[in-house]
Design a protein around this ligand. Structure first.
Ligand SMILES: Nc1ncnc2c1ncn2[C@@H]1O[C@H](COP(=O)(O)OP(=O)(O)OP(=O)(O)O)[C@@H](O)[C@H]1O
Ligand SMILES: [Mg+2]
Length: 268
């Protein structure tokens, strides 16, 4: 990870409020990314629009730059933020929630503002994970007044975010998000557990050049129904380790044992 040049990352509680990844760092992370077809279409269209900005300006049609992603763990939300930065060839600024949320909530609002100011000044993908932690519905909160202030700041920041950067947010808890915040996003993507075609594609990438008995990939794709990408990755890696220990090809049996050992909690 390298430091950015001129515009320093804002700090809070003595440390930087975000982690900075160069476009090159991002490229390394997204080598094996697989999108469900709907999301692929959304991302491709988003990138196409950004590549023909002038045309949109000519027609006075605003260019999208705010994406919200929601869905269960391990389905590729964070990975998509890395992908976006790599595709746009800009750094990814990954906000560290624990440093921006302060026990004095007035401080939290000010931190949110600082991080948006930073992204306005230096082109990047600004990514806020666990977005629900600061964008909870205003009604639902214990520290109602102070939290409302954070949400209001966030609304203002989103409204004023007219710049070359892209803001991305991810959450597992869509229903907890403030409606007004939700409306501010021009692009929304739902993530879910992969279907059989997507599982096949991902498992093929995970197995790669590793020798496999015929039908192993298809067996795994059928068996791992209900698993997230992150679960599949762990299971296939475990299976590969077993095969290496035995100096054998990867087989359906290795996949079966690995699944049994791994016990992904998503499967009943
Ligand atoms: N769509 C995908 N394509 C390829 N790999 C994936 C995908 N989704 C998840 N993975 C694998 O699982 C890991 C975790 O994924 P990621 O961090 O993107 O999940 P997430 O949706 O952000 O989960 P959480 O809600 O827990 O933050 C990735 O580093 C990658 O190895
Ligand atoms: Mg994530």
């Amino acid at each position: 990870m390298s430091k950015n040049n001129n515009n320093r990352l804002p700090r809070a509680k003595g440390s930087e409020m975000a982690t900075y990844y160069t476009a090159k760092d991002c490229a390394r992370k997204v080598k094996r990314i697989v999108f469900q077809s709907e999301n692929r279409t959304i991302i491709e269209e988003f990138l196409t629009i950004l590549a023909m900005k002038d045309k949109f300006e000519e027609h006075d049609v605003p260019i999208p730059n705010k994406i919200v992603m929601y869905g269960p763990p391990g389905t590729g939300k964070t990975l998509t933020a890395f992908y976006m930065a790599q595709q746009l060839d800009v750094p990814l600024v990954l906000v560290r929630l624990d440093t921006i949320i302060h026990s004095h909530l007035g401080e939290t609002a000010s931190n949110v503002r600082k991080i948006f100011e930073y992204a306005k000044a230096s082109p990047c993908v600004l990514f806020l994970d666990e977005f629900d932690a600061i964008a909870r519905t205003r009604e639902n909160n214990d520290e109602v007044k102070e939290m409302a202030r954070v949400v209001n700041t966030l609304l203002q920041c989103l409204d004023e975010f007219e710049c070359g950067s892209v803001f991305m947010a991810a959450t597992n808890l869509q229903e907890e998000l403030d409606h007004a915040v939700w409306r501010r996003f021009d692009t929304k993507m739902t993530y879910g557990m992969p279907d059989v075609a997507t599982r096949n594609e991902y498992i093929r990438l995970l197995i790669g050049e590793f020798g496999q008995e015929d039908g192993t990939q298809e067996h795994a794709a059928a068996l791992l129904k209900g698993c997230s990408f992150a679960d599949m990755e762990q299971i296939v890696l475990k299976a590969k380790r077993k095969a290496i220990i035995e100096s054998a090809m990867l087989t359906a049996r290795h996949i079966d044992y690995s699944l049994e050992e791994y016990k992904p909690h998503v499967m009943a």
